[in-house]
Design a binder for this molecule. Structure first.
Ligand SMILES: [Zn+2]
Length: 71
């Protein structure tokens, strides 16, 4: 498995986020530098999760994955 270049939170620069589905369940994810959402656990499915908004696990920031910092 090749390492993924991840985007970081614009506020706290943590690189782990989660996405939420309509039941309020959260799934930990990374966001690649191409803006692609990747489940932290590769066996997890993103089915049913809202991929237009990601929630930072390090602070209260949330928003579009397109707004994340590129390093
Ligand atoms: Zn953050």
């Amino acid at each position: 498995m090749k390492p993924v270049r991840k985007l970081l939170c614009p506020q706290c620069e943590v690189g782990v986020f989660c996405v939420m589905n309509q039941h309020g369940e959260r799934l930990p994810v990374y966001v690649s530098k191409e803006g692609e959402i990747i489940p932290k656990d590769a066996s997890s499915s993103l089915d049913g999760y809202d991929l237009t908004e990601v929630y930072c696990l390090g602070c209260s920031w949330h928003g579009s994955p397109k707004r994340l910092h590129r390093h």
